[in-house]
Design a protein around this ligand. Structure first.
Ligand code: HEM
Length: 163
């Protein structure tokens, strides 16, 4: 296998995210749905370019059935702590979130969400994510607002370990 390319200097502030992360402790909920538990494999890779490619594949803990899936890229404005998350989700949503990276935390808020004309209701109006790394654990918390739940409310909380 070819040696990993050197990390592009622009994405050095995001180096703590890189690698393959795994969890079976995901907890989901929202006022309009039943609480649920899930597993997820989360990967952040680079190819020497000033971006990180991510994928997040979630599954049902008991049935192992695939659930939510996302792929995309993270970019950083060179020389700053300003980050952008460009994502596509399997249920018909594409989004751009922007925010900041500070040491081993990243805070992101969506400013653009596109959806298929035939995607399922309700419409996702806003997404906020927080990533925090503590030693060998990475935690992600996701809040959202939808067309029928106007308050920003937690949808997901999960902590991963390195595979
Ligand atoms: C940013 C990422 C995500 C967004 C924007 C999102 C959005 C949504 C929305 C809008 C709903 C419908 C809520 C309602 O009916 O009021 C929903 C439900 C749900 N989401 Fe997510 N979701 C995300 C990630 C995930 C992930 C990672 C999982 C992991 C398994 C997941 C599992 C579910 C489940 C199980 C439901 C309930 C489905 C149902 O009862 O029909 N979601 N999500």
């Amino acid at each position: 296998m070819a040696a990993a390319p050197p990390l592009h200097a622009a994405i050095k502030p995001l180096e703590w995210l890189l690698g393959d992360w795994y969890s079976t402790n995901g907890q989901g909920g929202f006022p309009t749905i039943s609480p649920f538990k899930y597993g997820e494999k989360l990967q952040f890779h680079h190819v020497g370019q000033p971006n990180i490619q991510f994928s997040a594949y979630a599954w049902h803990l008991e049935s192992k059935k695939p659930l939510h899936r996302e792929i995309g890229f993270i970019r950083i404005k060179p020389g700053t702590n300003q980050v952008a998350w460009l994502g596509a989700q399997n249920l018909g949503l594409v989004e751009i979130e922007e925010g900041t990276v500070e040491e081993m935390t990243m805070h992101l808020e969506s400013h653009t969400i596109g959806r298929l004309t035939f995607a399922k209701e309700p419409i996702t109006k806003k997404i906020v994510r927080n990533f925090v790394r503590d030693d060998d654990t990475l935690k992600q918390i996701v809040y959202m607002r939808t067309s029928n739940t106007e308050e920003m409310t937690k949808h997901l909380e999960i902590s991963y370990n390195k595979l």
